[in-house]
Design a protein around this ligand. Structure first.
Ligand SMILES: Nc1ncnc2c1ncn2[C@@H]1O[C@H](COP(=O)(O)OP(=O)(O)O)[C@@H](O)[C@H]1O
Ligand SMILES: [Mg+2]
Length: 248
């Protein structure tokens, strides 16, 4: 059985940075790692430094209008092999990317197809790290279901903590069969500013970890470099190692 960890939270809070550093630390060849870019903004391939020639969205566009493909999807099997085919292969991990927003058309949404992709591929891996879309939509749509650990990222702003609280509330309302087993808050870009106790209390989840502001992370972003070369002993990487140790 694979362990599924999903990362969500308000936009711009550091979900992709957290996912990238987790994948980086896990991809040491000792376990099979599946990375999922569930955000249509497609940032994860850049921060991981990997090319993604095919996406779930692209597959959907190819399938629209094909009765044969529709039947194949309903039957499950062949679509699983398509999902395998579109995986990108990195150093010590595979990546499935949702891709850009869908074109109009019926049949099924990209999120439905992505859910199917995650469900059908997960069993072949020891750990699955999902970089989710901002906000509660994918929680509402049960794209992120059967999750062992939901990490909700927030900076220290009241709005971002409120978004986190909303996401955790939706996750807790999941029916038995789709249960998120554990949810935790990850505070990011902490600069020694004291967490606002009253607001934190309202979030309704324990603080699972804190990641400091790390100049090297920002620099990579500004220079358009992946985070793959970030030093192992930098502040953000060390904090994420602590989060991973707790998460496993
Ligand atoms: N701990 C950190 N230290 C410095 N910069 C950070 C840190 N976490 C995130 N950032 C920067 O914040 C921006 C948003 O991060 P990102 O992971 O893309 O957010 P999200 O995926 O939630 O939209 C990026 O420019 C990233 O480099
Ligand atoms: Mg992102």
């Amino acid at each position: 059985m694979s362990r599924k960890i999903a990362i969500t939270g308000k936009g711009g809070t550091g979900k992709t940075v957290l996912a990238t550093l987790m994948i980086h630390l896990l991809a040491d060849g000792k376990r099979k790692v599946l990375a999922i870019d569930a955000d249509s903004a497609m940032s994860l391939p850049y921060t991981l430094g990997i090319d993604v020639p095919r996406t779930v969205s692209g597959v959907r566009s190819e399938l629209i209008g094909s009765a044969q493909a529709k039947k194949a999807l309903a039957e499950g099997g062949p679509t699983k092999s398509v999902m395998k085919e579109i995986l990108a292969h990195g150093e010590g991990f595979d990546l499935l990317a949702m891709g850009r927003p869908e074109e109009p058309g019926c049949f099924c949404t990209v999120n439905d197809l992505l859910r199917f992709g995650i469900d059908s591929l997960a069993d072949g891996y020891d750990i699955v790290i999902i970089d989710g879309e901002a906000g509660p939509e994918q929680i509402n749509r049960r794209v992120l279901k059967h999750i062992d650990l939901l990490l909700v990222v927030s900076d220290m702003s009241a709005r971002s903590l409120e978004t986190a609280a909303g996401i955790i509330r939706v996750a807790e309302s999941y029916e038995e069969g789709a249960r998120v087993r554990q949810a935790g808050l990850v505070l990011n870009r902490v600069r020694g500013d004291a967490p606002q106790g009253a607001l934190l209390g309202k979030v309704g989840a324990e603080v699972f970890g804190s990641i400091p502001e790390d100049g090297a992370v920002n620099r990579c972003d500004r220079e358009g470099k992946s985070l793959w070369g970030l030093p192992q002993d930098g502040p953000a990487m060390r904090a994420v190692l602590g989060i991973l140790e707790k998460a496993q």
